[in-house]
Design a binder for this molecule. Structure first.
Ligand SMILES: [Zn+2]
Length: 155
């Protein structure tokens, strides 16, 4: 999760919502890394989780990531939860909950409603304070920047 937080900083440096993800093999090897790049890539699917899953699939030359663990700083959305399901990841560890779009219990619970065809172990709230503080600070800064822009407009 520590590493996922560092990747979240990369997203922030690019003006993206600071979310980072790391995909690790059963033996602890890092197979994929990702951070939000939707704006930079003009790609609404370029969430941190999707990036990490793509990189790991390419590294393993396999579309199944069986027994791998995905660490992500924010609760995955429905799109990413779907990708997690299709990739057959064995374990999901996430930080902050997302009450707006979280699909692992906060807003929706994809893995509860879905007729599961594989077993996924889920652990949320890991380093949640750090993960959510990073996102809150980002939005606070962005609101202040917008306010500053408005002030400049008036003058
Ligand atoms: Zn997502």
């Amino acid at each position: 999760m520590q590493q996922a937080l560092l990747l979240a900083d990369k997203a922030e440096a690019e003006g993206e919502i600071p979310v980072g993800a790391v995909l690790v093999s059963p033996t602890g090897e890092v197979l994929g890394e990702g951070w939000n790049r939707s704006i930079v890539l003009s790609d609404p699917t370029a969430h941190a989780e999707i990036q990490a899953i793509r990189m790991a699939g390419s590294a393993l030359q396999n579309y199944r990531l069986i027994d791998c663990t995905l660490y992500v700083t924010l609760e995955p959305c429905t799109m990413c939860a779907g990708a997690i399901l299709h990739s057959r990841i064995g374990r999901l560890v996430f930080g902050a909950s997302d009450y707006k779009t979280g699909a692992i219990g906060s807003r929706f619970h994809l893995f509860e409603d879905y007729k599961m065809n594989h077993f996924l172990e889920i652990r949320g709230g890991v380093m949640a304070d750090l993960c959510s503080a990073k996102i809150s600070a980002f939005f606070k800064k962005r609101r202040e920047q917008k306010k500053q822009l408005k002030l400049i407009d008036i003058r």
